[in-house]
Design a protein around this ligand. Structure first.
Ligand code: G3P
Ligand code: CA
Length: 358
């Protein structure tokens, strides 16, 4: 009997720990996703940007995930390192023919030597220029590339100490590229999520990708084999962005997204995903005016299929407010209240949380 009571106690403790890990709480009707952390205020995808985002109480914090040469998962928006780090200075001879420094060509130990900064572009004279002039100064302070595990552990730790129950919103970056390089990034991401207690649709995680072929593989093959059933989100691009490539040997051609915009496109997506992540102009017609807001047909198609709609990316920086909105708050009002989206990806999670009056 004593043994039975002790076992029962262990089960209860284990369940409490599981709640701290993945928090299966009620989801609000409309959510806020901290895009790359509080990236409007601190360099994207750094742990400080994620901790700041956490304090702003969004529902989810986003991680873009890529793989290193030694099969480690790191949180980086691009599968190359040169837009947000000093890789060109530290490893000057390691660029590929296209001039880019691919994360997959570097070990985690090498990537950890790099300094992360606010995103930049090189000007005509080759000098780095901040992509967003009003954001955190480039090369200021000291930031590094986090691993996916480090970020999960920080968010779970804060879920324990602050108790907000904030979820993960990881994106598998360029899965076809990774597989072409011999790495199964999707399997690695799922393994990591399972290790940290995220296994089913009630857990606070959305797994996103731009690649429909890979999402179907995750839904139909990988997750069933691993005893998992997570919420999946199909990110939507236009074909000419070259966001998703299809490999035939070494030749890569852009995946055509055209079918997704047709009347039955969302019905097809609903066979393997729980939601979509469209670009803002796919939700509100850019030709809208303040007195004539036009919601795009994609919204009705997705709602009919019961798909969540989480458009990207809401930025309050100068020049980033569409002409049909008077300011950032008005833009949020149009998307949350006129298009009735289920959530937004934003670099300014504090503003969206405040808008929803949380
Ligand atoms: O994943 C949603 C949004 O982040 C898609 O755009 O390019 O910022 O990953 P991107
Ligand atoms: Ca993303």
């Amino acid at each position: 009997m004593k043994k039975r009571i002790r076992l029962l106690g262990m089960v209860i403790v284990t369940n409490i720990c599981a709640l701290n890990i993945s928090w299966a709480g009620e989801e609000p009707e409309q959510i806020v996703i901290a895009h790359r952390g509080a990236s409007g205020y601190l360099p994207e995808h750094t742990l400080p940007a994620k901790a700041l985002a956490y304090g702003m109480k969004p529902d989810y914090i986003e991680q873009d995930v890529v793989m290193t040469k030694d099969d480690q998962l790191v949180v980086l928006h691009d599968h190359y390192l040169d837009r947000v780090t000093n890789v060109a200075e530290i490893f000057p001879n390691r660029a590929r023919k296209d001039g880019r420094y691919y994360a997959i060509d570097f070990t985690l130990a090498e990537i950890k030597q790099l300094k992360v900064t606010e995103g930049f572009v090189l000007d005509e004279s080759g000098q780095p220029k901040a992509a967003f002039q009003g954001r955190f100064p480039i090369w200021q302070s000291n930031f590094s590339v986090p691993t996916f595990a480090e970020e999960i552990e920080m968010i779970q730790g804060l879920n324990k100490t602050l108790g907000y129950g904030i979820g993960l919103y990881p994106e598998i970056k360029a899965p076809a590229f990774h597989r072409h390089e011999g790495k199964d990034i999707s399997k690695a991401v799922l393994t990591m999520l399972k290790k940290y207690g995220y296994t089913n649709k009630q857990d606070k995680v959305y797994l996103q990708s731009f690649d429909p072929i890979e999402l179907k593989r995750i839904d139909k093959e990988l997750m069933p084999a691993m005893g998992m059933d997570l919420k999946l989100v199909q990110l939507i691009a236009y074909t000419d962005w070259n966001e998703t490539m299809v490999y035939n040997g070494d030749k890569a051609t852009p995946y055509s997204y055209d079918w997704m915009f047709k009347a039955d496109g969302m019905h097809k997506v609903a066979q393997y995903a729980d939601g979509i992540g469209p670009w803002k102009p796919m939700v509100i017609d850019e030709k809208s005016t303040p007195t004539n807001i036009k919601v795009m047909p994609l919204v009705a198609f997705a709602k009919k299929e019961g798909l969540k709609i989480h458009p990207y990316t809401f930025r309050a920086d100068e020049g980033r407010i569409p002409s049909y909105a008077t300011d950032f708050t008005d833009m949020l009002d149009i998307f949350y209240n006129k298009a009735k989206v289920d959530g937004v990806f934003t670099d300014f999670p504090d503003k969206a949380v405040q808008f929803l009056n949380r």
